[in-house]
Design a protein around this ligand. Structure first.
Ligand code: NAD
Length: 491
């Protein structure tokens, strides 16, 4: 049986004999993929110390940009070469369709390395010369040790984004994957060593959030915390970070509106609405999970949406034809099932799906589902469900649609569908979300900052904003000519 341990200072590191053991369950058939041996606070301390030693004394922060670029690019290649192996490990733990991981997540993971390699080549700092007697230099120095906490919904793609932003300027880090999906990221960290990343630059600790994760975010030796996960956990992490005044970047949950105006190209809007809510098994922060349709086109749209949803192929995530696999783990599956009960109790109209998928004796399979919500105040319109579960609402005017979209505690992304320029610009200007997609789903430009308004997050990944979070900005002023200084104390 595969044992997933921690990886510290370039070595696998098993905890002591009494360590908590967590079975890693395959959500397809509930078989056991392996066992995770949890890191306790002592091991977390070892990992932070290894990262600190690699930062204070190791070669990585002292390399030229060109040397770091070479290693980052090689890492991207090595990871891509092991794409099948990584995708299989992730599919077995997470239940995401194998072809989505292999052809979307794995290339994205590799691209993240290439992208930051290019970015650091452009990160030149500023020279200020406005004041004649001085030369002032503004530079970004690596901050030190970063703690990186990753969720289970796209482990390789999301952890690699965080990790590349963290290490590219010369920082070192401790990564903690989700306890539900540790296998692909363990292999990922091993491969980074094989690609030439010096020991101790990337350390890995495995375990539950309230044990391993909490020890990591409370550790005084951590200089930056970057977290992707649920909004409630984000709050707990920010409180823990406050004790040491450690800066945090939080990428949190969403309940993003996908607004379909009557001026939309309805065929494109339909394809995109299905992708927006059902891809990645419906488990994505940026899902268009609140579909707002203008009244004149609502009936046709909902009818077509239901027909297509019912035809979605739910099945074994290893199968090439599968469009939706199982939900990631039992408690999450039960939670998503619970929302179907909530929807019925609050008077929502079932459009399609609405419960466990049929034909599966084992596994956490849920039917792709849509309900017409009673109102935007309903729980299914306000709470993040994080499954293949669309909440549909209708509105009358453009302003009502936008107001409804903004009436949410979240603000991660917003989608708007219209062929009318004025409506498109109105939506772009007034939607309160970190990313607004007009006539496209799920477009992510790595140069562009990504993050949430309101309860969807703090800070941005992507572009210079993403990497500068992991840096300290230093201003140095140098006198370039003789100064006429006051002579204090001189008679
Ligand atoms: P989660 O909050 O349960 O866990 C995320 C990570 O934090 C895991 O590694 C977990 O072990 C750890 N953790 C949990 N409690 C902790 C604590 N008290 N201290 C330190 N670490 C702790 O989230 P999840 O269920 O793994 O992921 C799903 C959530 O992630 C959804 O809400 C989704 O919207 C969000 N998400 C956001 C983005 C984004 O970019 N905004 C991307 C993907 C997922």
């Amino acid at each position: 049986m595969r044992e997933v341990v921690s990886f510290i200072g370039g070595q696998p590191m098993a905890p002591g004999p009494g360590a908590h053991r967590i079975p890693i369950i395959n959500p397809h058939d509930e078989s056991t993929n392996g066992v995770l041996l949890e890191a306790d606070a002592t091991q977390v301390d070892q990992a932070v110390c290894a990262a600190r030693a690699a930062f204070d004394n190791g070669p990585w922060p002292r390399m030229s940009v060109a040397e770091r670029q070479d290693i980052l690019r090689r890492a991207g290649e090595v990871l891509m070469d092991h794409g099948d192996e990584l995708a299989r490990l992730e599919c077995e733990d997470a239940g995401l369709p194998m072809h989505e991981i292999r052809h979307r997540h794995v290339p994205r993971m590799s691209q993240n390395f290439n992208y930051v390699a290019s970015l650091i080549g452009l990160d030149t700092g500023d020279v200020l010369e406005q004041i004649p007697d001085y030369l002032t230099l503004v530079s970004h120095e690596p901050a030190g040790v970063a703690a990186l906490l990753a969720p289970w919904n796209a482990p390789l793609a999301l952890a690699s984004m965080k990790l590349t932003c963290a290490i590219c300027l010369g920082n070192t880090c401790v990564l903690k994957p989700s306890e539900y999906t540790p296998s692909s990221l363990y292999r990922f960290v091993e491969l980074l060593g094989e690609a030439g990343l010096p020991d101790g630059v990337v350390n890995l600790v495995n375990g539950r959030g309230d044990v391993t994760g909490s020890a990591l975010v409370s550790h005084p030796g951590v200089d930056r915390i970057a977290f992707t996960g649920g909004t409630e956990t984000g709050r707990a992490i920010m409180s823990a970070a406050a004790q040491n005044l450690t800066p945090v970047m939080l990428e949190l949950g969403g309940k993003s509106a996908n607004i379909i105006f009557e001026s939309a190209d309805l065929d494109d809007a339909l394809d995109a609405a299905l992708i927006g809510i059902y891809s990645n098994n419906g488990q994505q922060c940026l899902a268009g999970s609140r579909i707002l349709v203008q009244a004149n086109v609502a009936e046709t749209f909902i009818e077509q949406f239901a027909a297509r949803t019912q035809a979605i192929r739910v099945g074994n995530p290893m199968d090439q034809e599968t469009e939706i696999g199982p939900l990631c783990f039992r408690e999450h599956y039960q939670r998503v099932c619970g929302y179907a009960d909530i929807a019925r109790a609050e008077g929502a109209r079932l459009v399609c799906g609405g419960g466990p998928a049929e034909g599966f004796e084992r596994g956490f399979y849920f039917q792709p589902t849509a309900f017409l919500a009673e109102s935007n105040r309903s729980r299914i319109a306000r709470e993040e469900i994080f499954g293949p579960f669309a909440s549909i609402l209708t509105f009358d005017t453009v302003d009502q649609g936008i107001a409804m979209a903004n009436d949410s505690e979240f603000g991660l992304v917003a989608y708007a569908w219209t062929e009318d320029l004025k409506t498109a610009l109105r939506a772009r200007n007034t939607l309160r979300a970190g990313t607004v997609w007009i006539n496209t789903p799920l477009m992510r430009d790595l140069h562009a900052p990504f993050g949430g308004y309101k309860q969807s997050g703090v800070g941005r990944t992507g572009g210079f904003e993403g990497i500068h979070f992991f840096s300290e900005t230093k201003t140095s002023s140098i006198a370039v000519s003789a100064l006429d200084l006051r002579k204090l104390g001189q008679p």
